[in-house]
Ligand binder design. Structure first.
Ligand code: RAM
Length: 347
């Protein structure tokens, strides 16, 4: 089946792909998914290993589900490995093991832009293709970065949401993931710029780090509210953070008086939208992100692309993608969830 690849249908495309897996109808068939020739230095090694920031996060469970769907479609071998904690160098040992095992590609969301670079470059020297997704490394330690959405757009949607929710003025804080996370740090810098230029009456009083750990994020929310009695809103640009903060707010006196938005998964946020703790938040579809990342990894291992600007490849049901500047492939635009549409999503 073929879908038009733009955002309007993209959620539907992955839903159908997932349904195929659930019903056991996915094409795990025969082929290599490419021309089978391993052209231009390709190895046709379709052993593709996903390495998220940490395990146990529903966001990455969902991206890995998309990755597995794609690898199954290609007739390859999917694996997911990763640390329990999202610390800067916790992924190194997993990269080294995958290199020793001779995987075709590693698909990594980095906890730190530099800490895993040596290990990734050793993997590349050994012939492993490296795709970052979600949270990039420095560009010289990977072949491609699959970007979920334009960083400016991700920053803007969250700032616009909090501004609307607090009436355009007052103190806000950010509850982030880990302090070194490439993705969150880029978004927070851009949020600060956008606040300064477009919302001069909003003051960002503090950024705290919950380390993409539920309990730490919960405790940091409590501390923020104690430290800043005039706080009007919190932006949490992490699915772990926003869910923990929502849980804290929902049973506290702050419910309905302190606004919360950021990046969340619909399944984790549904009860807090329904109980009025949260009115709107944003995200992309992590399943699509994993699906696209796996197809990009396969295009690299098969020698269909090198990661150069202008390279194009087919990403199954999502259609054709083109590599942009700095070895980056863009999935699409962020999407806003609220009480009117949250019932339409299941991830
Ligand atoms: C968490 C992780 C991930 C980020 C999402 C929004 O799951 O920090 O890297 O992209 O939130």
């Amino acid at each position: 089946m073929k879908f038009s690849r733009k955002r309007v249908t993209a959620f539907a495309a992955v839903a159908v792909a997932a349904a195929l897996v659930l019903t056991g109808c996915a094409d795990t068939g025969s082929g290599t998914g490419g021309d089978g020739g391993g052209s231009e230095g390709g190895s046709d090694n379709l052993t593709i290993t996903f390495l998220p920031k940490n395990l146990g996060n529903p966001y990455f469970d969902t991206s890995s589900k998309g990755g597995k769907t794609a690898v199954d479609e290609l007739g390859g071998t999917f694996a997911e490995v990763g640390p329990a904690e999202a610390t800067p160098d916790a992924q190194v040992s997993y990269i080294n093991t995958a290199t020793q095992q001779g995987v075709g590609a590693l698909v990594v969301s980095a906890n730190d832009p530099k800490a895993i670079c040596d290990a990734l470059n050793e993997a590349r020297d050994a012939g492993v293709k490296v795709v970052t997704f979600d949270s990039d490394t420095n560009p010289d330690c990977r072949d491609l970065f699959i970007n979920q959405a334009d960083a400016e757009g991700i920053a803007k949607v969250q700032v616009d949401l909090i501004a609307e929710q607090i009436g355009g003025a007052g103190e806000i804080a950010v509850l982030s993931a880990s302090a070194n996370a490439t993705n969150q740090n880029a978004w927070i810098d851009l949020m600060a710029e956008y606040l300064a230029s477009d919302y001069p009456d909003i003051t960002l009083v503090e950024t705290v780090y919950g380390d993409d750990d539920d309990q730490t994020s919960f405790d940091k929310t409590a501390a923020l509210l104690q430290t800043h009695p005039n706080l009007k809103g919190i932006i949490s640009p992490t699915t772990v953070g926003i869910a923990a903060a929502a849980r804290y707010l929902s049973t506290s006196d702050y419910k309905g008086t302190v606004a919360l938005t950021g990046l969340g998964t619909p399944n984790q946020m549904r009860e807090y939208v329904e109980d009025g703790t949260v009115t709107a938040f944003a995200l992309w579809n992590p399943e699509e992100l994993g699906y696209l990342s796996a197809y990009a990894a396969a295009a690299l291992t098969q020698g269909d692309i090198t990661g150069a600007e202008g390279d194009t490849f087919e990403a199954g049901d999502l259609g054709e993608y083109t590599v942009g500047a700095d070895g980056t492939v863009l999935l699409g635009d962020p999407f806003e969830f609220n009480a009117d549409n949250i019932g339409d999503f299941d991830f």
